[in-house]
Ligand binder design. Structure first.
Ligand SMILES: Cc1ncc(COP(=O)(O)O)c(C=O)c1O
Length: 385
């Protein structure tokens, strides 16, 4: 078989074993799923009802243009309908952007550490890339601008950034946009934008002045629809048309469309979730601070926690937490050694995390010894997101 040689440069995503397996292996009653930046709540009740009502129509293909959803999003974001493209999760839109813009001749710039997909799309298309290091876990926008070359076709900013939670104020992003060459597409990945407690003006308003801008949103996070896979992009019709040429005709399934429509009709529920996440985020950060464990300021539904003071070899912290029933994401896998990323869940899950951290601090040497003999890979157990 003659595979595309680029496959040798990629590693397949390793999904962790099911929760039931983790529960059995470590003999756990309770598990806190704090590794994948999901919210702890399911879809809004009205969304569940609307999906149930739509089940009967599943013998038909979905609306390939997402017409009703398109009208709703266009109204909400104040853009024309032809400025929208929908995807099977915003990940699909990132992959389509890679396909449309990247090649061995076209360079790309993205921050590091940041969302793993940015590097995957570069490598998949054999595009040269600059993964621009953060400084002190925040963006170095000057370095990102300096990395832009004559052939840079794509530059990505993740705001708030995953995994740091850092948030760039809109005025800063706007000034940055003004300095990027107009033939470089700038993707503003706002997957966690709905969690920002004091958001500035809507970035969609910049499209008139910056036709090279693409704004990405997802329904996987605050809306609790990660299992359905739906996201959207806002961009100039020229970019939308390019993505339309290469997407599957029916890339967004009908239940996902129904769920997204009903979710957008409930802004008050979004607000309530944002406030609950923000309250739990600051409660956790405060409790960690009291324990002498620092974390990076975050505007997203996760915290990046400094675990260097625990006295346990860094790569083993995520696994030691897992054995205590708390799934987190190891910073080693994400380019932030010495840190772990913890998703904000319910207060009960937060308590489980805090008591596991307290336990680790009290028994670091026992943990290190147990792990020297253990063969379980913590990274394989924490879902990538
Ligand atoms: C920064 C960022 N962008 C995009 C996504 C993908 O979201 P989706 O579920 O819509 O594919 C994620 C998922 O974790 C993310 O962290």
């Amino acid at each position: 078989m003659r595979f595309n040689p680029v496959l040798d440069k990629l590693t397949a995503y390793r999904a962790g074993p099911p929760i039931s397996e983790i529960r059995r292996r470590f003999d756990l009653d309770k598990i806190a799923m704090l590794s994948a930046n999901e919210v702890p709540w399911g879809p809004f009740p009205e969304v569940v009802e609307a999906m149930k009502a739509a089940l009967d129509g599943l013998n038909r293909y979905p609306d390939g243009a997402c017409d009703e959803l398109r009208r709703l999003v266009a109204g909400r974001r104040g853009v024309a309908e032809d400025y929208l493209v929908f995807g099977n999760g915003s990940c699909e839109l990132l992959m389509l952007l890679g396909q449309a813009l990247l090649s061995p001749e076209n360079h790309t710039v993205f921050p590091h550490p940041s969302f793993v997909m940015y590097q995957i799309i570069a490598v998949s298309h054999e595009a040269p890339y600059s993964a621009v290091p953060l400084t002190g876990l925040d963006y170095d926008l000057e370095a990102m601008l300096a990395a832009v070359q004559d052939n840079t076709s794509l530059l990505i900013i993740c705001n708030p950034n995953n995994p740091t939670g850092s948030y760039l104020q809109p005025a800063v992003v706007k000034r940055f946009l003004e300095r990027v060459p107009s033939d470089t597409v700038v993707v503003l990945d706002e997957a966690y934008g709905e969690f920002v407690t004091s958001p500035g003006p809507d970035s969609a308003a910049w499209l008139a002045e910056h036709p090279n801008l693409v704004i990405l949103h997802t329904f996987s996070k605050i809306y609790g629809l990660a299992g359905l896979r739906i996201g959207y992009g806002i961009a100039h019709p020229q970019i939308v048309q390019a993505l339309d040429k290469i997407r599957q005709p029916f890339n967004v399934d009908s239940l996902a469309q129904v769920a997204a429509i009903e979710s957008l009709r409930r802004p008050e529920r979004v607000e309530e979730r944002r406030n609950r996440i923000a309250a739990e985020r600051s409660r956790l950060a405060h409790r960690l601070f009291e324990m002498g464990v620092p974390c990076h300021p975050s505007e997203a539904n996760f915290l990046l926690v400094d675990v260097t003071g625990l006295g346990i070899p860094g790569p083993e912290v995520a696994q030691a937490l897992l054995e205590r029933g708390v799934l987190t994401r190891s910073g080693y896998a994400m380019g932030c050694p010495g840190w772990i990323r913890v998703t904000i869940g319910e207060a009960e899950e937060g308590e489980l995390f805090l008591s596991a951290m307290a336990d680790l601090r009290e028994t670091p040497s026992k943990v290190a010894l147990a792990h020297a003999m253990d063969d379980l890979d913590a990274d394989a157990l924490s879902l990538e997101s």
